[in-house]
Design a protein around this ligand. Structure first.
Ligand SMILES: Cc1cc2nc3c(=O)[nH]c(=O)nc-3n(C[C@H](O)[C@H](O)[C@H](O)COP(=O)(O)OP(=O)(O)OC[C@H]3O[C@@H](n4cnc5c(N)ncnc54)[C@H](O)[C@@H]3O)c2cc1C
Length: 288
């Protein structure tokens, strides 16, 4: 057994092992850690392991930010899985004072916090029932971000009400509009929205509002019709699917209804496209 070391770290909790790890990173080789029981036997064993980026203290916020970055790179650095899961987190304020507290909190790096943790804050206006829960929609996580209720939100949450089931599997094979040779397709409505479908009948014309999930949201200008001979135009002057909020509008005819499956056509949206809303066409000249 060693009787002498340059550094002796006492206690193998997260603080002790982290101290030893960072000493080793800095090249300190003559260092040992003494643990009286087993590693993480102390409060580290009990910890939930949460690393919120939102903190009431700037300094603690910086520590957490360092930890988030460290846990992300540890598997590559050590070859060991550290079970680090990036999730969202929802903060509730039930009164104005509570909201002020949230807004006064420190986020070490606002952008990092949003993209890493998807933090959300809900104000009193959103808590009519004294609380609120948030779940990421299955397969299509569109995070709530920013401060909602007390000032304009930066982002809003869309929940798919159904999905397109189509023979069109790839975006590159999809015609740009339904009337350009698109096939008939099905819209599978999620069970929780069953009541919303009541009143739609076979033969109706409806507008499907979709979320074009494969679109590139950073695109600001395009050649209309994807034809380079056409001069570049701002996406708002075009029907391009690539745009900041890739909402698709599809005027289709309801061909058949079987329970929660609406057969519609023609539809250019590809298989798996989330449907976020359905509205009736009000008059024949109404644009879709
Ligand atoms: C229920 C619970 C939930 C928590 N959740 C979170 C969370 O979500 N996020 C978060 O950031 N923090 C959380 N914490 C706090 C966090 O767990 C502690 O701040 C952290 O684990 C402290 O680590 P530590 O290394 O200082 O102490 P410990 O983990 O307690 O480690 C001390 C170690 O020293 C050993 N030791 C003691 N005396 C000696 C000795 N004389 N010689 C040798 N070894 C000795 C002990 O056996 C132990 O292994 C939580 C704590 C608890 C209890």
């Amino acid at each position: 057994m060693k009787t002498h070391a340059r550094v002796v770290v006492i206690g193998g909790g997260v603080v002790g092992v982290s101290t030893l790890y960072h000493l080793a990173l800095k090249g300190w080789t003559d260092a040992v850690l003494l643990e009286r029981a087993e590693l993480t036997a102390g409060s580290t064993w009990h910890a939930a392991g949460l690393l919120p980026l939102f903190n009431m203290s700037y300094t603690v916020g910086q520590l957490h930010k360092y930890s988030v970055d460290l846990y992300k790179r540890l598997p590559a650095e050590t070859g060991q899985d550290v079970s680090f899961h990036v999730t969202g987190n929802l903060r509730l304020a039930t009164c104005r004072d509570g909201m002020d507290d949230l807004q006064g909190g420190h986020c070490p790096n606002d952008d990092a916090s949003r993209s890493v943790a998807g933090d959300a804050q809900i104000g009193p206006g959103d808590c009519n029932n004294g609380g609120r829960s948030w779940q990421a929609p299955e397969n299509h996580r569109m995070p709530v971000e920013g401060v909602i209720g007390m000032k304009e939100a930066k982002e809003y949450l869309l929940t798919p009400v159904g999905h397109v089931r189509s023979l069109l599997k790839k975006r590159k094979n999809a015609p740009r509009q339904g009337y350009l040779g698109a096939p008939d397709a099905c819209v599978e409505i999620a069970a929780e929205f069953k009541k919303c479908v009541e009143g739609i009948a076979s033969g109706d014309e409806i507008v499907l509002i979709t979320w074009l999930h494969e679109a590139r949201r950073s695109v600001k200008k395009v050649h209309p019709g994807a034809d380079e001979k056409n001069p570049l135009m701002g996406v708002f002057a075009t029907r391009s699917p690539d745009r900041p909020n890739p909402v698709g509008l599809h005027r289709v005819k309801v061909l058949q209804i079987e329970g929660l499956r609406l057969k519609v056509g023609p539809l250019e949206a590809i298989d798996g496209t989330p449907v976020v809303d359905i509205k009736p066409v009000l008059e024949k000249k109404c644009d879709s």
